[in-house]
Design a binder for this molecule. Structure first.
Ligand code: PXP
Length: 254
């Protein structure tokens, strides 16, 4: 006899976090008021986003503190703040109180976040910053490569979640290379879950490459920016989010 729970176990359910940094990048190109990431957050929500993601960079190249303050009031779903583990940004984050903080490495010259956090090299600093957020009841995710050492270190420093860096997978072209990167994500996700970490994934994911990862049951959240905003330029943000949402199996939105 067919049993419902069997079916449920086979379908990986996951949330979609939409990164709207690029809307702010376009605004900053002219230094004016449009397009406003606050308006984008409303449309992303209407399109079915389960959460909004913004990165407050030290150089303020896109998202500004003003955006963060307003988003905290406006976003009806979860607000995920990506940030470097520095004191100044932590102070802002503790004031704004996002629903989750994702610690990422940050270099001034990079085009986007390149590579995951070297948790093994920054254990002390990360332990301190994570404790700070935990004291304020804010969960912390670490953006890391699907590397066993980094995953174990993320657990040791007290993270609640990891976001597995999918950039190497996204940049892979040859079938053999793609298979290798998917396998690394499968194994990484499995280990992280075994250690009690929530598993998120993101970077470089598109409408054309997400299908190989949606079956990884341990991944409960995908965070996607560039591909969605690029499609939004052509078809509108609400539809672009809805199109991506349709590619990620989900239970009813909570
Ligand atoms: N997750 C993290 C931690 C990121 O730094 C970024 C890029 O801002 C993303 C996800 C989204 O990456 P993309 O824009 O390539 O979808």
């Amino acid at each position: 006899m067919f049993h419902d729970s069997t079916l449920l176990r086979k379908v990986a359910m996951a949330r979609l976090g939409v990164n709207i940094d690029h809307v702010a990048t376009l605004r900053q190109a002219r230094g004016g008021h449009e397009p406003d990431p606050i308006a984008a957050s409303v449309l992303a929500d209407l399109g079915g986003a389960d959460g909004l993601v913004v990165h407050l960079r030290e150089d303020r190249r896109h998202i500004q503190e003003r955006d963060l303050n307003l988003l905290r009031d406006v976003v009806p779903s979860a607000l995920n703040l990506e940030m470097a583990a520095d004191d100044a940004t932590a102070k802002i984050a503790l004031r704004v109180r996002p629903d989750k903080v994702t610690l990422v490495p940050e270099r001034r010259q990079e085009l986007t976040t390149e590579g995951g956090l070297a948790v093994t090299e920054h254990r002390k600093r990360l332990t301190t910053v994570i404790r700070l957020f935990h004291d304020a009841q804010i969960p912390v995710s670490l953006f890391i490569d699907p590397d066993r050492r980094q995953i174990r270190a993320a657990h040791k420093v007290g993270a609640d979640a990891v976001e597995l860096h999918t950039g190497t997978y996204a940049n892979s072209r040859h079938p053999q290379e793609i298979r290798k990167e998917v396998e690394a994500l499968v194994q990484g996700a499995r280990l992280a879950q075994q250690l009690g970490l929530e598993v998120n994934a993101g970077h470089g994911l598109t409408y054309h490459n997400i299908h190989r990862l949606t079956g990884i049951a341990e991944i409960v959240e995908f965070n996607i920016g560039h591909s969605i905003i690029s499609r939004a330029v052509l078809v509108g943000l609400e539809r672009a989010v809805r199109d991506m949402r349709a590619l990620i199996p989900s239970s009813l939105r909570s």
